[in-house]
Design a protein around this ligand. Structure first.
Ligand SMILES: *Cc1c(COP(=O)(O)O)cnc(C)c1O
Length: 382
């Protein structure tokens, strides 16, 4: 019944966990879900207000422009300039997205021919792989190893693969490992892209979620990056707007034009009222982001301290709202956590074979719930 390419999609490894979670909830268990990467915090009120206002204005009720309204693209360019020191031309170097997933899911359609390679971090956000497979490209996994700071070893990629590759996906601050980039790595990536004629798609969804004074850079601030790269960004994690579906692709204009051409054939742009609300978020006071980070930091410290007291080896992340923890058998660990303690964590193998041997905790639950989770783990005898 299904097309052949559907058979190439990776098995959905969370199915067993999902089933078990549904069963626990049916049985009346008070499940603590630290599996989902979806902020529990609310969208800032001034953003919600702007959506309400804009939704009432009939001028916003029509088909939006494909690339995004000029005001939104200008707000993105201004935000990139202020925040990252990256200069963008709003007319050609900014494209509105229905969340960054939209851009990640469609970029291979524009640049990947059947049989050509896409370099995908493992572990990594699952859509890098599935979008490659939908475009009938081949996935080459770049393992992210703890001993390399979860940075891929570009010199380990065979020359023939690199020459046959069209896109490399990168993502720092990283989901799921919570790693940040290392000095010199972005420069090396630009050089590698030049040598092998590869497009770099950097996913910067977590740039604003960081701690202890760390400030994540934009890939586009790297010298030469505007020649070879685009960056996917999003309001989802920064402003607690996952449900709103708004993000942006920025960077090299020819690469963006290719993505834009695919999208004009797939969707009809982002609701203008949502774009207006996004302008309010990007142009508004930045203190709501700082507040969210301080909440995540308290949760991070509670979780890391508690896990260490239980004897686990775990590092406090500098960025993202995840804690990535080594365990013996990730599926067995996640299943036992859910079955015996009613706690959902994500088994690392779901992010690719490089995630085997880890589980991911999302800091998207309150400090009290995290304390409760730690008590249950202690009672389990973990
Ligand atoms: C959450 C997430 C995204 C997608 O976010 P959107 O809501 O589609 O903007 C993209 N990449 C990574 C790594 C993420 O964790």
């Amino acid at each position: 019944m299904y097309a052949e390419r559907m058979g190439k999609l990776p098995p959905y490894l969370f199915a067993r966990i999902d089933e078990l979670k549904a069963k626990k909830i049916r049985e009346g268990c008070d499940v603590i879900d630290m599996g989902v990467g979806d902020p529990d915090l609310a969208t800032p009120p001034h953003v919600v207000e702007e959506l309400c206002r804009a939704a009432r204005d009939p001028a916003n009720h029509h088909y939006p422009s494909y690339a995004g309204m000029p005001g939104f693209r200008q707000a993105v360019a201004r935000w990139y300039g202020d925040r990252f020191g990256v200069t963008l031309d709003p007319a050609t170097e900014v494209l509105a997205l229905m969340g960054s997933k939209d851009g990640i899911a469609h970029i291979p359609e524009a640049f990947v021919d059947p049989g050509s390679y896409v370099l995908v971090p493992s572990p990594g956000y699952p859509v890098y792989r599935t979008s490659t497979l939908f475009a009938e490209g081949r996935v080459y996994e770049m393992p992210l190893r703890a001993e390399n700071g979860f940075i891929p070893d570009l010199d380990a990629i065979p020359d023939d693969i690199a020459d046959a590759a069209r896109i490399m996906f990168l993502n720092y601050p990283n989901n799921p490992t919570a790693a940040v980039t290392l000095p010199g790595f972005f420069e090396r990536a630009v050089e590698f892209a030049r040598e092998h004629d590869i497009i770099i798609v950097h996913d910067n969804a977590y740039s604003e979620i960081s701690y202890d004074g760390y400030r994540a850079p934009s890939f586009l601030a790297t010298e030469g990056a505007m020649d070879v790269a685009i960056e996917m960004h999003s309001l989802s994690k920064t402003f607690n707007m996952t449900g709103w579906r708004i993000g942006m692709a920025v960077g090299n204009r020819e690469i963006l034009a290719g993505l834009g051409r695919v999208k004009t054939n797939v969707d009809s742009g982002v609701f203008d009222a949502v774009q207006r609300a996004a302008i309010a978020a990007l142009s508004g006071p930045p203190d709501c982001v700082a507040q969210a980070c301080s909440i995540y930091r308290e949760r991070r410290d509670t979780l890391v301290k508690g896990l260490r007291a239980l004897g686990f080896r775990v590092e406090p992340p500098k960025a993202t709202f995840y804690v990535w923890m080594p365990v013996d058998d990730c599926m067995a660990f996640a299943t036992r956590m859910l079955d015996e303690a009613g706690i959902v964590v994500t088994p690392g193998i779901g992010f690719g074979s490089g995630g085997d041997g880890y589980v991911r905790f999302a800091l998207t639950r309150s400090t009290e719930r995290i304390r409760e989770a730690l008590e249950r783990m202690e009672d389990m005898g973990l």
